[in-house]
Design a protein around this ligand. Structure first.
Ligand code: ZN
Ligand code: CA
Ligand code: ZN
Length: 345
């Protein structure tokens, strides 16, 4: 599946007219499919006919974001490259592994383009973590896996992965925690959350996120209450585009979808460049890159409560998620993990 067909880059253009922290246009699009596709056709016409006009209608930062995610797609160029070889821009693969915790320390300057031991080890660790064949090479399966849309929270660096050195194909708990097992204090039975006021979210966005919180309540025994005071809220929900003041700038459509911080930080960030669907059946959306908001929110709330990533692909805390998929029910892996952290029987 290649989402970088030309029409999909046009498809995202309406969102780029919005303010950097306002995802509002995304949420209105899917209510008006007819008009939307007419608009799409017109936009496409302008794009192919008047390149100078279309260039001005795409703000520069968004173009660079598209390019940035294309770099994940570009990993396919390295399929079946061999240890010892040098390939132009192979350093981007190392940046990816560093970003998600598979290369603990970056060199003082940039990564080299050499397929070195560090890269082999990173690939092997990634393959073990995701139960892929451990080849230490960028085989087709591994590269396909790496280019999948995912959560921006690293798999390893900040989390203590269980079973990260042994491959377990059978049952067993595959959940993880952040280093030091941070959690909300004992006795916490209520947490407040608020939406960044500038986002001016529609009610259907707010209800999708409320539903996501409600998935966790019965298990963790914490009630989540919306408050209007963003500054005072325990959990701060915000949609951002690109760089937004932390170490993890968003990357435009697909790639990284969202990220959140371990307790008790409370920051919950979503990439405003995704085509979020807050209501309706995402599985039948005509938009190939449609992402279910509640699905991603249930995962991020797991981080906000203290769970790291799970290598159980059915778990909510599995880092990868496909577009047009709804996955909101906690699995036994998620439930065992949160119960262990909060000492609930
Ligand atoms: Zn995550
Ligand atoms: Ca993204
Ligand atoms: Zn952020």
């Amino acid at each position: 599946m290649n989402i970088y067909i030309p029409s999909s880059s046009i498809l995202v253009s309406p969102t780029h007219h919005s303010a950097s922290s306002n995802p509002q246009p995304n949420m209105t699009l899917h209510h008006h499919h007819g008009l939307f596709f007419v608009a799409l056709a017109i936009l496409y016409f302008f794009t192919i006919s008047f390149p100078t006009i279309s260039a001005r209608s795409f703000p520069t930062p968004s173009i660079s974001h598209m390019h940035k995610h294309k770099s994940w797609e570009g990993f396919h160029n390295f399929t079946n490259s061999r240890p010892g070889q040098t390939h132009k821009d192979l350093s981007t693969v190392k940046n990816y592994f560093h970003r998600f915790g598979y290369i603990p320390n970056a060199p003082p300057t940039n990564f080299t383009d050499v397929f070195d031991e560090t890269l082999v080890y990173a690939i092997q660790t990634y393959q073990k973590n995701y139960h892929l064949n451990v080849t230490g090479e960028l085989d087709n399966n591994t590269v396909k896996h790496m280019t999948h849309p995912r959560c921006g929270v690293p798999d390893i660096i900040h989390t203590k992965m269980r079973n990260s050195t042994t491959v377990h194909f059978h049952m067993g708990s595959l959940y993880s925690f952040f280093e030091g097992y941070p959690r909300w204090p004992e006795g916490t039975n209520q947490l407040t959350y608020a939406f960044l006021p500038e986002n001016q979210l529609h009610d259907d966005y707010k209800s999708a996120i409320a539903s996501a919180f409600n998935q966790w309540t019965p298990v963790v025994k914490i009630a989540f209450e919306e408050t209007s005071s963003y500054e005072m809220a325990n959990i701060k929900v915000a949609f951002f585009q690109g760089y937004h003041g932390d170490d993890s700038p968003f990357d435009g459509p697909m790639g990284e979808l969202a990220h959140s911080f371990a307790p008790t930080d409370g920051r919950f960030h979503l990439d405003a460049d995704e085509y979020w669907m807050a209501s309706g059946d995402v599985t039948t959306s005509p938009v190939e890159r449609a992402m279910d908001l509640e699905t991603v929110a249930v995962h991020e709330i797991g981080h906000l409560l203290g769970l790291g990533h799970s290598s159980d692909q059915n778990a909510i805390m599995y880092p990868l998620i496909s577009s047009r998929v709804k996955k909101v029910d906690l699995t036994s892996d998620d439930i065992e993990g949160i119960r262990e952290l909060y000492g609930i029987n």
